[in-house]
Design a protein around this ligand. Structure first.
Ligand code: GLN
Length: 492
């Protein structure tokens, strides 16, 4: 087995036993990226120098006997996490040369643990999408079939893990963006409870559902990363002060008597029958391992899509307001370009083509034209839904239905411990197959409800259909990631 193919657990063992060094491990991953990234376009920025320096430091820590589980483990972060001194683009032209002045809390925690950041992965611009086709830097290809999408929006991270570019990766999930690409690429993706891990330093999409989480090769690996990145953060007051889960202990328990709910609303007429069969086989395997399977109903599942597509654009239209051509250095800004890969010169603010513009409207027009079509669509939809006269009819109404969705889950979780569903209605589609935005929105039909309710949910591989991976989703009660892992651990 090549070093870059290892899981976190295997790599940790090898590192602490002295079988190889963190530098060798990082080099193996970097070599794989260089060999195959041109074909896959999963990685937007490689930070080789910094990575090798971090790996060296990790080796010292390992020798000194102060290593933690992630010390020396190479990873990639979705390009919407701020990384100090390293370009952060959100796959948008508007941030093409943006170099973050500080680390996101999650990145900081991983740095403290000694994990090695190799670079940044591709995504749909500002995390809007389900295929990475919305990236301003070209789509990522699915490593299982280069003619198919990797899913999205964390498609670069999922493809990178599947292609063994790294040992694990970070994604963000607002309506399915960790689980969806994990399912399409045959890897594990965990969206934790909203508020379990800090959103500080992550480029905001929909602040009321954004959740950072791991994409990994096994459930145990995802659990390990989650344990490190979680916790209360003074910089994000939506983070909760709940004790960390002892994932190892939870995953060691069997599933005898665990109540698994199967909502019939997630087995739709139009979905791929072979995908449905794989998920049903997964349910059967849980029954054989001692779980109690219970049929349940979540009638407002059908409302999740319209509710999400009112709430998300509303929050997006507000969050994207800050890219006004004044507050962030722009690709067209010579003062920024002058610094090359270094830190942008702060004195470049309000200069270089900005101060010269007398008309504010012209300035906005010039700069906001850099948004891609999907971002523009969401800004317009959100501005409309929030405007006077429409706010009550759309936004407020959507929030009310969101409450019903939350209550339905709460009622279901009085009866069952977890809920199992397919992650996606079909296998990865071909590039260009979902040109109609509405069709693309339907991709997340099974992941949106749990996002709106802020619940933890994981996607684990559960079989192959037409040579492509299929994922099943396990949803849990708030902050019960332990139970989710315990059930998911039976699969990967
Ligand atoms: N595909 C969904 C959307 O486009 C979810 C995105 C996400 O979770 N970031 O909104």
């Amino acid at each position: 087995m090549k070093l870059n193919e290892l899981t976190i657990k295997q790599a940790y063992e090898g590192l602490t036993k002295g079988e190889f060094t963190a530098v060798e491990l990082a080099k193996a991953c970097l070599a794989e990226i260089k060999k195959r990234n041109q074909a896959l376009n999963a990685v937007l920025t490689i930070c080789e120098e910094e990575a090798l320096a971090e790996a060296k430091a990790a080796d010292k820590r390992i020798k000194a006997g102060t290593a933690k589980e992630l010390t020396g483990i190479p990873y990639l972060a979705k390009d919407n996490y701020l990384t100090k001194g390293v370009r952060t683009t959100a796959a948008s032209k508007i941030l093409a040369n943006y170099i973050a002045p500080y680390d996101a809390t999650v990145i900081k925690k991983l740095r403290q643990a000694g994990a090695v950041l190799l670079g940044k992965t591709n995504l749909d611009e500002f995390a809007h999408g389900s295929s990475t086709e919305n990236s301003a830097f070209g789509p990522t290809k699915n490593p299982h079939d280069l003619t198919r999408v990797p899913g999205g929006s964390s498609g670069g991270s999922a493809a990178a893990v599947a292609a063994n570019f790294c040992i694990f990766a970070l994604g963000t999930d607002t309506g399915g963006s960790i689980r969806h690409p994990a399912a399409f690429c045959g890897v594990v993706g965990l969206k934790p409870t909203y508020g379990r891990a800090s959103r500080f330093g992550i480029i905001a999409m929909t602040s009321s559902t954004d959740a950072p989480g791991p994409i990994a090769k096994t459930v145990a690996d995802a659990a390990m990363v989650q344990a490190v990145i979680s916790g209360r953060d003074q910089n994000d007051f939506t983070t909760a002060d709940v004790p960390a889960v002892d994932y190892e202990k939870e995953m060691g328990k069997n599933i005898k008597g665990v109540k698994v709910g199967v909502p019939h609303e997630y087995f739709l007429a139009g979905m791929n029958k072979a995908v449905e069969d794989k998920v049903k086989e997964a349910i059967e395997s849980l029954r054989q391992k001692g779980a109690e399977i219970i049929n349940i109903s979540l009638p407002h599942t059908k409302s999740a899509l319209p509710v999400y597509y009112i709430i998300t654009p509303s929050e997006v239209s507000s969050n994207l307001g800050r890219y006004d051509g004044i507050r962030y250095p722009l690709p067209s800004d010579p003062a920024v370009l002058r610094d090359g890969a270094g830190t942008p010169n702060p004195s470049s603010r309000n200069t270089a083509g900005r101060g010269e513009t007398a008309d504010l409207m012209e300035l906005y027009k010039k700069n906001r034209a850099l948004f891609g079509a999907e971002a523009k669509r969401r800004i317009m939809l959100g501005t409309y839904a929030l405007s006077a006269g429409y706010y009550d009819a759309y936004y407020l109404q959507a929030q009310k239905v969101r409450t019903i969705i939350i209550e339905e889950f709460e009622a279901a979780f009085k009866e069952v411990d977890v809920i199992i569903t397919p992650t996606t209605p079909d296998i990865a589609f071909k590039f260009g197959a979902n040109k109609d935005p509405l069709k693309m929105y339907l991709e997340d039909i099974f992941t949106l409800s749990s996002s709106l309710a802020g619940l933890p949910a994981i996607s684990v591989p559960c079989g192959i259909v037409d040579k492509m991976p299929v994922g099943c989703q396990i949803i849990g009660r708030k902050f019960e990631e332990g139970m989710v892992m315990r059930v998911a651990g039976r699969f990967a």
